[in-house]
Design a protein around this ligand. Structure first.
Ligand SMILES: *Cc1c(COP(=O)(O)O)cnc(C)c1O
Length: 472
């Protein structure tokens, strides 16, 4: 029997050809595909020589066939290729939609197609097709921003931290900015508003108190060197109780009366009004601009659901001043970002929220999530005996993450795994070693799987990873 299997091992050439034909493996050079094919065959040959009992396809299976073995070898070679890579796809079973450590927003399909099309060749990135002269990269997408935000002008840079820095550098340098003490926040990853202001050469005038700031506090801090009022969205925390701060419209009127610029760092960049989905007090850039903010900044890879970028939008004269700063050249976005962002904005213009993964995950119905959890639990129970792991369903809450709307708990159904022979930490560690790795949360002796940020196409791999992690 072993001899028959040894004889049925394919040639390296045949296996490599099968790998070459797999579109998912185009990211790997042919030499690496061939090496993976050779290694997979060598490993199988060694296993067969050690005896059928140690070969992965043993089980004295009457189902064994050369074509089944070929499929298994393909899978083994594919896994080898993927595991050799540093930056790899993972399955996000944490229920955190904008997981900063897992790359924040997954892009819409339309954005991926745009990246492939633009990045694989040449494009009119800085080339005016009408005149044949040099063009401006920040012209791309500006009309869409005008339409979606109602702004006069917009530019993008590498991320929102860069956008904030650039605005302060261009509009506040050698002057002062008034900011409420309740808004001197740390956004995360060491990004602290007071530090950024200090380093961009803007003098900081703290106004009001942590919990209450009134218009009269801004008035009291007025001085001839004041250039800006900076308003920062308290993205990652909520101040509740005895609190107050002026609305954008009030501040805008005040700023105008005193010849100051009102700069609103919104951070999260929600373009769709999701009040109906429970996102009640998340600021909309379009509304801030309509209420009189002169310039706003926000991330493109938070609630907008696009690629990493920082958007600066507002009055044309101010955006022009920002554009002309030398820093702009250092912080500029690349063509991949422009391609992806334009594609995402087109989806907003078409009202196609379902095609934007972040919005689709955020708006997934509790019933649909429950049904997916039930299906996964059934699948797992079929493969995993109850004395190895108890598999139960439990109500739970997903979060948006990325420092956005921390008070929002999105109802979901969790699959709870209670491993009988391992600790829950051991199981999460094994899941991280799966291919693709599965990232899940361990708490109370259980591993909790939330399907909200898992793509339906990943459910098979997820079930396989859980079954295999519990098997040994
Ligand atoms: C997230 C955030 C930033 C930083 O955005 P990045 O795109 O991560 O650089 C700045 N300001 C606010 C208010 C934020 O919420």
């Amino acid at each position: 029997m072993e001899d028959e299997r040894l004889r049925a091992l394919p040639s390296v050439e045949r296996l490599a050809q099968a790998l070459d034909a797999d579109p998912a493996l185009r990211a790997y050079p042919p030499v690496e595909r061939r090496a993976a094919a050779r290694a997979a065959i060598a490993q199988r040959r060694a296993a067969l020589r050690q005896g059928a009992s140690e070969a992965p396809d043993c089980a004295a299976s009457p189902l064994w066939s050369p074509s089944q073995m070929f499929e298994q070898l393909c899978a083994a070679a594919r896994q080898r290729l993927r595991e050799a890579r540093s930056l790899r796809p993972v399955i996000n079973a944490t229920g955190v939609i904008l997981h900063t450590n897992l790359g924040r927003a997954p892009l819409p399909q339309a954005a991926l197609a745009a990246i492939a099309e633009i990045a694989g060749g040449y494009a009119n990135l800085e080339y005016d097709l009408t005149t044949g002269q040099r063009g401006r990269r920040d012209a791309h997408g500006e009309a869409l921003w005008q339409e979606l935000l109602g702004c006069e002008a917009a530019v993008i840079v590498n991320n929102c931290a860069a956008a904030v820095w650039l605005v302060l550098d261009a509009l506040g340098r050698d002057g002062a900015a008034l900011i409420s003490r309740g808004e001197l926040v740390e956004i995360g990853g060491g990004f602290r508003i007071p530090d950024i202001m200090a380093q961009s050469g803007v003098a900081l005038r703290e106004v009001g108190t942590t919990n209450r700031t009134r218009l009269s506090d801004y008035e009291a801090a007025l001085a001839p060197d004041a250039r800006l009022i900076v308003r920062v969205h308290q993205s990652n925390f909520r101040l509740t109780g005895f609190t107050a701060r002026p609305a954008v419209a009030e501040l805008a009127g005040f700023a105008r009366r005193h010849g100051l610029v009102l700069f609103d760092d919104i951070g999260s960049g929600l373009l769709a009004d999701l009040t109906a989905d429970g996102l009640r007090d998340e600021p909309l850039p379009a509304r801030a601009l309509a209420d009189g903010a002169d310039v706003v900044t926000f991330s493109a890879d938070k609630l907008l659901g696009g690629p990493q970028a920082g958007v600066i939008a507002g009055r044309r004269d101010l955006v022009e001043r920002i554009r002309r700063r030398p820093l702009m050249r250092m912080l500029r976005a690349d063509k991949l970002t422009y391609a992806a962002l334009e594609a995402a904005l087109r989806l907003y213009r078409a009202g196609d929220w379902a095609a934007i993964p972040v919005l689709a995950m955020l708006r997934a119905s509790p019933l649909a999530l429950k049904q997916r959890a039930q299906r996964l639990a059934r699948r797992l129970r079929q493969r995993i005996p109850a004395d190895i792991c108890r598999i139960e369903l439990a109500p739970g809450a997903s979060v948006i993450g990325g420092g956005c709307a921390p008070h929002i708990a999105l109802p979901t159904t969790l699959v709870a795994l209670k491993p009988e022979r391992h600790s829950s930490e051991e199981l999460t560690a094994r899941l991280r070693q799966a291919s693709p790795p599965v990232i899940a949360r361990a708490a109370d002796g259980r591993v909790w799987l939330d399907l909200r940020a898992v793509f339906p196409t990943q459910e098979g791999d997820l079930a396989k990873a859980v079954a295999e992690s519990l098997a040994s």
